[in-house]
Design a protein around this ligand. Structure first.
Ligand code: BG6
Length: 301
């Protein structure tokens, strides 16, 4: 776990484009700011809180009710779900794994000749609360701010046994009116509908006209969030992910979640680059010494 103070982090990794600061809830945070835009993230969860391309309305959504507390997930931005997606397969802990509630360390900060900045954070089993009793692993989360926001999660099996996991880059997108958007790029994909509890096949674009919680299988193409009110298209490309999750909690589930405003479902949609459990093709098993990467690239068209 990072034990460096904000001053130490700034001295070691700060630059004209990367600044460390006390974020919401006093969580240690950093800001990347360059000609392409601004990104803010916390070391808690290696969590991207915000992404604003220069001159644009924020691309990522953050709940006004989000907790910013140790051991609690942040509601919005890009939670890193790992080593499980959805309910804990062992039935002991909460959803979406421990990576999003653990404190990561800064491993490197760099700048490319074309002016892109990259920050890489790292998490190993030694940084995780002992109650989770994790197998040996190393995660590296790299965030690059260029003409796209690129988020890449590398998973290393640093142990001597196979490492089985699922996970996701659980991105929340900021939209003007969720009922007016179209989520393109998933037509004809098979999906599990977690609300209706049925398997189905997508016809045309996804529209948000009720609670939507779907795991689309065998997806690799580009997904576009077409927002006619903001007059823009968010383009989401990915690799190393076999499923795409689309989620909007709609009315009742919003009211049930303490860290989600009752009306906030109007302004968000999640499009998640996932390796969800359930179908064999989605299961991830890394042999000792092996590495896998899941990557999401977000741009405005
Ligand atoms: C989505 C799941 O990925 O995350 C939903 O498909 C879930 O079922 C949502 O409600 C939010 O999860 P959490 O644990 O952050 O409240």
């Amino acid at each position: 776990m990072s034990t460096l103070s904000i001053g130490d982090l700034q001295a070691r990794f700060g630059s004209e484009n990367v600044e460390f600061f006390a974020g919401p809830g006093q969580l240690t945070a950093l800001r990347i700011k360059n000609d392409f835009g601004t990104v803010e993230m916390t070391l808690h969860g290696a969590h991207v809180m915000s992404y604003c391309p220069a001159g644009a309305v924020p691309v990522l959504w953050m709940s006004s009710k989000s907790m910013f507390q140790a051991n609690e997930p942040i509601r919005g931005g890009i939670p890193v779900c790992w080593p499980w997606f959805g309910p804990d397969p062992a039935g002991k802990f909460g959803g979406h794994g421990f990576a999003r509630v653990s404190v990561w360390s800064v491993s490197s900060v760099s700048k490319s000749p074309d002016g892109q900045n990259t920050v890489t954070l790292v998490l190993t089993e030694k940084d995780v609360d002992a109650k989770f009793d994790p197998q040996p692993f190393k995660l590296e989360l790299s965030v690059t701010l260029g003409s796209a926001l690129t988020v890449a999660l590398k998973v290393y099996n640093s142990g001597t046994d196979n490492l089985a996991y699922s996970g996701a880059l659980h991105s929340y997108f900021n939209v003007a009116d969720s009922a007016a958007i179209q989520v393109e790029g998933l037509a004809d994909c098979e999906y599990s509908d977690k609300v209706l509890n049925v398997e189905s096949v997508q016809s045309g674009a996804v529209v948000i006209d009720r609670e939507i919680d779907r795991v689309y299988r065998r997806t690799s193409g580009i997904v576009r969030v077409v927002d006619p009110v903001f007059g823009r298209v968010i383009r989401i490309a990915k690799s190393g992910s076999t499923s795409t999750v689309v989620w909007n909690p709609w009315i009742e589930k919003s009211q049930r979640m303490p860290d989600f405003g009752d009306e906030e479902y109007h302004t968000m949609v999640c499009v998640e680059a996932a390796n969800a459990p359930g179908a064999a093709a989605d299961d991830r098993v890394l042999s000792p010494g092996a590495m896998a990467e899941i990557r999401q690239m977000i741009t405005l068209e």
